[in-house]
Design a protein around this ligand. Structure first.
Ligand code: AMP
Ligand code: GLY
Length: 429
């Protein structure tokens, strides 16, 4: 069978790589793909991005089904368009994708269905927004309502910083339409975890837990990024917490969407803040929904999946996720993101990439911002590679991932040296 994966990041490389392992698959098209997917037969890049052309391509190639990686095409209605054309596709419709594409929609949804989340208010007027911030005090979080590619959230440690964020978003229009409305919310403390499930409108299949590191620098300092590394499983999610998250967040979300007339299908990613304390009483709050898998969380998650994913996607598209099962490798996986110079502000492009390690079942270098220039691999985006390793422990995965990353060469490469620190015993133990 032939499969089409939409997107061109590390997440899509990992999805396509896993799908291509199935003996049923002889081609995985990736639109548009990247330098890594261009090099890895039976993956094949397809330089198409508009829906009509993708639909024609999927028809002409008799693609069995399509999987969508990023949020932008989902928010743009690619699932609606493919379904209307009678093509099989896994992902939420445009209306369902509002859970990610509008923070205000997501917050109102959570309040309506009593799903735990931070206290908030929404504003379009800068003076009112600033007055609210002054009344609440810092720390406080300012979020652009719309999609802002990871740049829409400011966790402000002072009232001045929050006011500046308002000036940038509502005053200067720094994020365009995405920032024309802002959500201001209470700053939550605790440990973050990514909880990702597959949904088919009726049923839910949870994936293995994972955790990413959103800040650019070691010690979780510096600006927010799309994610500098991730690992799976996330030890913070014990079996007891897993059950609570399903009961308190995932099932109410599915039920709420169904009640609103939008039974959700596709990946659903709940970004959670887990408060301190014993498992039975720790607070669990939703920071955000994403209507897709995480990047880079997908990369370690894919390394741990032993089942044939083609079957799971077919069951999901047929509304039979209750019959699906994923067999997980008990080992740990970790991905370290290697970013370009000046990421995330203004990443430098076109640096030559050399000395990539050999890919194996235990070590995969998933590509993101890379492209082929003739036979030369060059950087073409902020996050360039994700060096991902499967090993017996997080510690071993970390050591192997860093050994491989240190070998890779491109000018200005930057990566964190402490991915996974929360999952490791502290040095004093
Ligand atoms: P989001 O896109 O909403 O997940 O926000 C990006 C990052 O900002 C999250 O991963 C958190 O690290 C941080 N963040 C978002 N909302 C809050 C909040 N209410 N309290 C503390 N940190 C937050
Ligand atoms: N790694 C965070 C995200 O994909 O949104």
């Amino acid at each position: 069978m032939k499969i089409l994966v939409i997107g061109g990041g590390g997440r899509e490389h990992a999805l396509a790589w896993h799908l291509a392992k199935s003996p049923r698959v002889h081609k995985v098209f990736v639109a548009p793909g990247n330098g890594g997917t261009a090099l890895a037969s039976p993956l094949q890049n397809v330089p198409i991005s508009d829906n009509d052309a993708l639909i024609k391509f999927a028809r002409d190639e008799s693609v069995a089904f399509t999987v969508v990686g990023p949020e932008a095409p989902l928010a743009g209605g690619i699932v609606d368009a493919f379904r209307a054309a009678g093509l099989k596709i896994f992902g939420p419709t445009q209306a369902e994708a509002q859970l990610e594409s509008s923070k205000d929609y997501a917050k109102a949804f959570m309040v309506r269905h009593t799903i735990p989340t931070a206290r908030y208010q929404t504003f379009t007027d800068p003076a009112q927004a600033k007055a609210y911030i002054t009344s609440q005090g810092a720390p406080i979080v300012v979020k652009a309502d719309g999609l802002a590619a990871g740049k829409g959230v400011v966790v402000a440690t002072s009232v001045d910083e929050a006011h500046s964020a308002i000036d940038a978003m509502l005053g200067d229009g720094s994020l365009g339409d995405a920032g024309a409305r802002v959500v201001i919310e209470e700053c939550l403390l605790g440990e973050e975890a990514s909880f990702i499930v597959m949904c088919d409108g009726n049923h839910v299949l949870p994936l293995a837990t994972s955790q990413d590191h959103k800040r650019l620098l070691d010690g979780d300092l510096g600006p927010n990024t799309g994610g500098m590394g991730a690992y799976s499983p996330a030890p913070v999610i014990t079996p007891a917490l897993h059950n609570r998250i399903m009961r308190e967040v995932i099932h109410p979300t599915m039920a709420g969407m169904a009640k609103d007339g939008l039974p959700y299908s596709g990946f659903l990613y709940a970004g959670l803040m887990i408060g301190d304390g014993p498992d039975a009483t720790r607070t669990i709050k939703v920071l955000e929904y994403n209507c897709r898998m995480g990047d880079p969380e997908t990369q370690p998650i894919m390394m741990r999946i032993k089942s044939d994913l083609t079957q799971v996607f077919e069951q999901a598209i047929a509304g039979k996720l209750d019959e699906a099962n994923i067999d997980w490798d008990r080992r740990c996986a970790m991905g370290v993101v290697m970013a370009a110079a000046n990421y995330p502000a203004t990443p430098r492009l076109d640096d030559v990439i050399e000395h990539l390690p050999e890919n194996t079942d235990e070590l995969m270098v998933f590509h993101a911002g890379t492209r082929l220039d003739g036979d030369i691999l060059k950087t073409s985006g902020g996050r360039v590679l994700c060096v991902t390793v499967l090993a017996d422990s997080i510690k071993r995965a970390q050591a192997a991932a860093y050994a491989a990353a240190s070998q890779v060469r491109f000018e200005g490469k930057q990566y964190r040296s402490d991915i996974g620190w929360r999952a490791l015993p502290s040095p004093s133990e």
